[in-house]
Design a protein around this ligand. Structure first.
Ligand code: ATP
Ligand code: MN
Length: 464
């Protein structure tokens, strides 16, 4: 007999039929009447199925009575309609095979609720909890929804390199990649590390963004996107930053900032709609246990039109807010999380695009506006998370970009191929970067970004 998954068994109506299921025991309760109730989960849904094990089972005394949380079993039995409230279906076991025992004295996952801090220390076992099972299924559904959204619109999925020779943001938050012997580094005559002896014959690092590379494909294939891992050695121990995270980066040729914003808005609404439709029991769980406004907030966002304001307007709003911010605001400073959250949560009460930032606080590749002091950047701010998307129209003028690279103190030689795009058939083009974990955080209501990725990488922490 083939194994059936619990998600399907709970929907079945073929009462009396014989079923084979396999999973892990969540709880067991022995009744005086000579039978036991097993709650079993197999990861296919947040719900457990109840199995009734009668003392007539041949291994009832020897094994069933000794089962405990975490043991793995195969159950064969009859599908019956559940008389009690709650679940519709249950299984009356005719045979139970124990795969693996789990010592109840040692097994760290007990029936009580554990703190997320504790669960991070046992990240190899936390997927067995309701919360992490649900996060994992939602993360999976989000990935699929993202690909579906772009594929339906004719965007091509591009795999940009993970090891790169270019520092996209110029932010210096790079993890170096090297095979040089760190205990015995080679130096050149100027006393610098001699990277010509390194594996690639040059200094390389893990990518902080695939944007520069993906632009080259946009200027050939039109609409493209990247969805891959990104690494930033930023020493910020916040609930919204990881050292290794996944990023979604669409890039469109023949698109200006307006089209870029339209894409971002359609994108978020489409993804959210998909999740409410396809992850109902998990979303119900998050709404019940993690944040009881989450479904309502997402529904509201799907219905609303995102606000679009300029950075200059945002600064005015913040200056006149009467709020006592930790970081004071004035024109020219970068917006901090507290400012972003004030705008989207308190003032505008829905997602907001902030556009046209001062050129000094944004990346070198963003298109200079006609005013000469702002660039065509856009950030999307959402309640609770703050910035979820950062994007821009790219500088497509050869001379302007060359000047900017020089001003930043970057070497023109390093960016020769990036400048070539502006030399041969340049077109207006735009794109954005969305942090995948921030999206998962937003959708699930989870507070800490370390709890929405299987094995979080953050300062001083890379176990597993
Ligand atoms: P922040 O100001 O929040 O650090 P950023 O301006 O550095 O963000 P971008 O360089 O624009 O971010 O990156 C694009 C997107 O990637 C961001 O909008 C955010 O969703 C996500 N992101 C950036 N840094 C991180 C990080 N360290 N961990 C997780 N997601 C991140
Ligand atoms: Mn950052």
């Amino acid at each position: 007999m083939d194994r059936a998954k619990i998600a399907r068994i709970l929907q079945m109506e073929e009462y009396g039929s014989n079923i084979l299921l396999k999973g892990w025991i969540r709880t067991k309760r022995d009744s005086k009447g000579g039978f036991s109730f097993l709650e079993i989960n197999d990861g296919s849904t947040i719900e457990n199925i109840q199995v009734i094990a009668n003392q007539t089972l041949e291994n009832y005394q020897k094994e069933i009575l000794h089962l405990s949380t975490g043991c793995s079993v195969a159950v064969e039995g009859e599908l019956v309609s559940s008389p009690g409230k709650g679940q519709k279906n249950e299984i009356r076991a005719t045979k139970i095979k124990v795969y693996g025992w789990s010592d109840p004295e040692e097994y760290p996952l007990q029936k009580k609720r554990h703190s997320f801090e504790f669960l991070r220390q046992i990240a190899h076992l936390r997927p067995r909890t309701n919360t992490f099972g649900a996060v994992t299924r939602v993360r999976n559904a989000l990935s699929q929804a993202i690909h579906t959204f772009f594929q339906k619109r004719g965007f091509y999925y591009i795999h940009t390199p993970i090891i790169t020779g270019s520092d996209c943001e110029g932010a210096g938050e790079l993890f170096k990649v090297t095979t040089l012997n760190l205990g015995d580094l080679p130096y050149d005559q100027a006393g610098q590390i001699d990277y010509t002896q390194d594996f690639f014959g040059r200094a390389t690092s893990l990518t902080v963004s695939g944007q520069l590379e993906i632009e080259t494909y946009a200027l050939a294939l039109g609409d493209v996107y990247n969805f891959g891992p990104t690494f930033r050695a930023e020493n910020s121990n916040t609930s919204r930053h990881l050292a290794e995270f996944w990023m979604i980066e669409p890039e469109m040729a023949f698109a200006e900032l307006k089209e870029d914003m339209d894409l971002a808005e359609d994108f978020l609404k489409s993804i959210f709609t998909h999740i409410l439709d396809h992850c109902q029991s998990d979303m119900h769980f998050f709404n019940l246990r993690i944040d009881n406004t989450i479904i309502e907030t997402i529904e509201h966002i799907i219905q609303s039109t995102f606000e679009r304001i300029t950075y200059t307007e945002a600064v005015e709003i913040l200056e006149n807010s009467g709020e006592d911010f930790e970081f004071p605001v004035k024109w020219g400073v970068d917006l901090q999380s507290e400012h972003e959250r004030y705008l989207t949560e308190k003032k505008i009460k829905k997602p907001v695009f902030v556009i046209d930032y001062p050129k000094e606080i944004k990346a070198f590749y963003m298109k200079l506006n006609d005013d000469g002091r702002t660039v065509g950047a856009m950030d999307v701010l959402v309640p609770r998370v703050g910035e979820i998307i950062g994007g821009s129209q790219r500088e497509d003028n050869y001379e302007a970009l060359k000047q900017k690279i020089a001003q930043m103190g970057f070497s023109e030689k390093e960016y020769w191929w990036y400048l070539d795009l502006r030399k041969y058939g340049s077109v207006p083009h735009s794109g954005f970067g969305l942090g995948f974990e921030r999206l998962v955080q937003f959708v699930t209501g989870m507070n800490n970004i370390r709890d929405v990725i299987p094995y979080p990488r953050s300062p001083k922490s890379a176990e597993f």
